[in-house]
Design a protein around this ligand. Structure first.
Ligand code: 8OZ
Length: 366
């Protein structure tokens, strides 16, 4: 495809991403929408929602829990039982019929949860027993997250197995790829960052210990579905969900060094979380870390089309994932190509509800 504005042409160069050939580099970021059914199967409008967005180079699904204990918000979907596989199959079929490609984002929230969302009112699990200073949305509305318990060393291999089973389920459901969610303060990030991980076993302490869980999960998932069908999302300078690391360059540098040789399909980095500033020193850390990643690199975080094309043109990223712009513009890639104006996203319909703000944003054709 050629863009009307030649400066945007880098967005429309095809891209080999692991096992997939993408027709463009305008990707849809994972977006939590809280419209799944109570049993964790996708809601009735999800098929339409994802089909409408099949023009993305790659869709990354909303974060999807790998196990009942991995759930942290009301009405998010799962991929841990047969009904989930069946439900997602109709969505992947619809995306493929419309000419698209879709990865599933595999999610365990760790301590960002509430006992009311977990089996038999269980306590959330984490790397730590410290409660996060943040809230989640439950059946009762926004509530402080519950106090977690620290996982025993002997429980960790079982969670790695949950990731592997979920990845296999995703492929069975027709997904082209999986993306391990290691970003934004959820379970993997709770192991990575030293402001949270206070363990004294082999999964805590220095960067070697804190990256161990991430590396085990990613290796095991890649062995199950193929490294060329495994992506990873990280947020090295992320503070969302009460996260902090005293030396992210060392922590994440080691993670990049350990994972680069695996030949993953891609690394997807949250460069900026909407509403949270990234100080210049953190931008510099992200830029230096980027140089240590040898595979494909997807950048995310409030990019304009022009900025995305610039990053791709300069080799700072191979593709850019758009979140809120994809909520409001089902045909975002085509709008960029044609230089069309964009619909504005409505924050009040991001999380939960029905068709409004979900499947009713017009495409150019409408
Ligand atoms: C916003 C609301 C709920 C979840 C993330 C999965 O930040 C999320 C999320 C974002 O990765």
């Amino acid at each position: 495809m050629q863009a009307t504005d030649p400066d945007l042409n880098p967005l429309f160069e095809p891209l080999q991403l692991g096992a997939l050939t993408l027709p463009n580099r305008v990707l849809m970021a994972p977006l939590t929408r809280n419209r799944a059914r109570p049993d964790g199967t996708p809601g009735e409008l999800a098929e339409t929602y994802y089909r409408q967005r099949a023009g993305a180079g790659l869709i990354v699904s909303e974060a999807t829990q790998i196990s009942p204990m991995g759930k942290g918000y009301k009405d998010t979907p799962g991929i841990h039982d047969d009904a989930h596989i069946e439900g997602w199959k109709t969505i992947t079929d619809a995306v493929h019929e419309a000419g698209g490609r879709i990865a599933m984002q595999l999610w365990h929230v760790g301590r960002i949860s509430h006992t009311s969302l977990l089996p038999d009112g269980a306590q959330p699990v984490s790397s730590t027993a410290k409660r996060a200073k943040t809230q989640t949305f439950t059946e009762e509305g926004f509530q402080d997250v519950s106090e977690p318990r620290a996982l025993g060393t002997d429980e960790i291999s079982g969670i790695v197995e949950d990731y592997v089973r979920a990845a296999a389920n995703a492929i069975r459901a027709g997904f082209d790829m999986v993306e391990v969610h290691g970003a934004n303060g959820y379970l993997i990030d709770q192991f990575l960052q030293d402001g949270v991980n206070d363990r004294t076993d082999a999964y805590g302490g220095d960067a070697e210990g804190r990256t161990r869980f991430l590396v085990e999960v990613v290796k095991a998932v890649a062995e199950e579905v193929g490294a060329d069908r495994t992506g990873l999302r990280l947020s090295p300078t992320g503070h969302f969900n009460d996260m902090n690391d005293s030396d992210p360059e060392t922590t994440f540098g080691l993670a990049y060094d350990r994972l680069s040789p695996l030949g993953l399909a891609y690394l997807h980095v949250v460069e900026l979380f909407p509403g949270l500033d990234v100080p210049a020193e953190e931008q510099a850390i992200l830029a230096r870390l980027r140089e240590r990643w040898t595979g494909r690199y997807i950048a995310n975080g409030d990019f304009s089309a022009g900025q995305a094309a610039e990053w791709i043109g300069e080799g700072r990223a191979d593709a850019v994932a758009f979140g809120r712009a994809y909520i409001a513009n089902p045909d975002l890639a085509e709008r960029f190509a044609r230089g069309a104006s964009l619909n504005e996203p409505d924050q009040s319909t991001f999380y939960g509800g029905g068709a409004e703000g979900y499947t009713d944003y017009p495409s150019l054709e409408d």
